[in-house]
Design a protein around this ligand. Sequence first.
Ligand code: ADE
Length: 222
Amino acid sequence: MRIDILTLFPDMFAPLHQSMIGRAEKSGIVNIHEEDIRLHTKDKHFKCDDVPYGGGAGMVMLPQPIVDCVRSVDPEGKARRIFMSPRGRTLDPYIAKELAQEERLLFLCGHYEGVDQRALDICGFEELSIGDYVLTGGELAAMVAIDVLLRFVPGVLGCAGSTEEESFSHGLLEYPQYTRPAVFEGREVPEVLLSGHHANIARWRREQSEMLTAARRPDLKK
Ligand code: ADE
C-alpha cells in the first residue's frame, strides 16, 4: 500500500514512522510519504493561505498549492483522496477496514479555518473525521486514521488474530488481560486463565467483555 500525506507540517509525522508501522515500512508492506504543500505554491512569498471571502475569522488555504500538490503526487488519479475534517464521516473500524483494502491513499491535512472548497471539489476529496471535536489541524487526525487502518493491512501486526480479539471487533469491549507473574502485589490472576481449559477461558472472556460493555458502553449493544 502507498500512502501520501499532503501537509504544511511534514515534520509532525515523525512518530508515525516508529514502532509497528516503522517495521511495516521497512518490510515493504506500506510506503508512507509526506509531501510539503508549500513546495507547490506559485506565490513568491510561499504563501499558502488568505482571508476568507465573505469575511470571518482565520485564514483559508489557497486552492492552487493544494491542487498542484495533488497532481504532482498522484498525476493519474489512482489514489483514494481523503480530506481530514470534522465535517466528514466519523472513523470507525468498518471504514478503517474498507480503507485498508485500497492500493493507494492520499490524505490532505488542513489548517487555519479551512480549505478553499474548489480544491476539494476539483480533486475529488471525501471527508473523514476522527470525532466530534476540532483539532488545530488535520495532521494528528491523519495519523490516527492511518494508524487505525494499517492495523487491518495483513502483515502490519505481528499476530494475525490480533484485530479479531480486540475492543469493538464484535461490538464488545475487550476483556481484561494478564501476564506473569501469577501474583503481583498480592493480586492473583483469575484462576480460570491458569486452568488451560480453553472453553472455560473463552466463556470467562466473553462474560467479562459483556459486563464491561454493559457498564461502560451500553450504546455498543445491538
Ligand atoms: N481537523 C480538525 N479537527 C478534525 C477532526 N475532528 N477530525 C479530522 N480532521 C480534523
